[in-house]
Design a protein around this ligand. Sequence first.
Ligand code: ZN
Length: 168
Amino acid sequence: MISGNCIRREDYFFGENFYYENILINFAEKTDMSRRRQPRKIVAPPAFKGYKPFGVSETNGGPVELLYEEYEALKLADYDMMTHHEACKLMDISRPTFARIYESARRKIAKALVETKQIRCVYGNAYFEDAWYQCRKCKNLFTMPDPGMDKRCPLCGAEETELINEKI
Ligand SMILES: [Zn+2]
């Protein structure tokens, strides 16, 4: 079940017509085939695909790739102000693993800022408790109770929505 303080926007939900289902997607095979890592639970995907620095003539080399679980760790610790103890429970990982992911997130963000690099959000070894969809028209993110039902955007009503859990 989703914990309320981890949802950024209430309009992810549509009145009482929204329910939750647990869909477990393990992306381990898409990252590192040689090492099976424990999947990290993510409550909600980042609401952006990346960041670009401005005020510079050109970005410096390739983007920094911020994994979903790194974004989640940073959000839980520095935005939701959770202790590492609380955050690692929420992500269903050990405290040392959480500390490693969190440290990696901070280093990447720092590197992007200092070296004026773009940040690109990519799947790492994450899974969602819920199936998340994004509206192609208004970019609203929302969960869907039943995969069989109409996947119209609850905000703008557009029919063009996509399941983002499967996007890379
Ligand atoms: Zn929409």
